[in-house]
Design a protein around this ligand. Sequence first.
Ligand SMILES: C[S@@+](CC[C@H](N)C(=O)[O-])C[C@H]1O[C@@H](n2cnc3c(N)ncnc32)[C@H](O)[C@@H]1O
Length: 277
Amino acid sequence: MSGKFCAVSDVLTLTPIGFIRTEKRVKFQARHQPSEGEEETNVLELLPGANYEQALQDLAGFDRVWLLWWFHRNETWRPLVMPPRGPAKRRGVFATRSPHRPNALGMTPVRLLGVKGRRLTLGPCDLVDGTPVFDVKPYVAAYDSFPGSKAGWIDEVDAALSEPARFTVHFSTLADTQARWLREHREIDFLPRLIELLSRDPSLHRTRRITRRDDQTSFIGCGAWRAVFSVEGEAVNVLAIEPGFPLRFLTRPGYEDVPDREAQMAFLERWPGESEV
Ligand SMILES: C[S@@+](CC[C@H](N)C(=O)[O-])C[C@H]1O[C@@H](n2cnc3c(N)ncnc32)[C@H](O)[C@@H]1O
């Protein structure tokens, strides 16, 4: 910005006040918006040495707070994005809550369960573990809530989603064993989200990461994993689970930070090729 009376810069430098701790390690595991119905506890510990204990004074009386945060796992933005809900249709990014924004800022209202020192205990949220948080503000229903306001294309999608799910999801013995192994041995469980997505609409969709593999099968990306499935009428048959990366990548230098890397390698040892359906 320039001008005779304007001395402010047009660049704002933000510094995180803290980093959220959640169970969600990868983006796929995080909800698109927090779900009120879920029992979930998350922690935001503000950084020491900045007097944030004092800044949190008087917050405990609020049921909810806004978190303003950084989509730090994204590097680009796009003017048109395909929201994960609804038909495979692109929308203007400013008409969405997409993470792919010119300024990568997220805003989430979360239940405030407790405040102690620099530590906030929070209810369900849609942030992945380690997300930098820039600000906390009290949620004030009188300012922040306008029930009955039109929500454009989202109202249309919600109307369609209020219908019962059209597809039933079945698991082959192999897929079931693999899912149980992941849950029991590695505490990885993406099944609820997988079932929710596939029971609604298993058709090709870039943002839902559904890709056709061949004439018979497709796969859906689930974090660092894939579920291979086929569709027959209104039945979705999950045939197998696969790691998202082949072994030759997982063992290559530079791939140490692949999510669930160790688990993928152990999985490939257990199912070297059986999952390739
Ligand atoms: C649709 S956005 C909505 C965020 C926020 N409630 C808003 O409206 O601005 C939520 C999604 O952001 C993704 N996400 C969460 N934390 C992220 C991070 N640190 N960096 C990039 N994407 C993230 C997850 O995939 C999550 O499902």
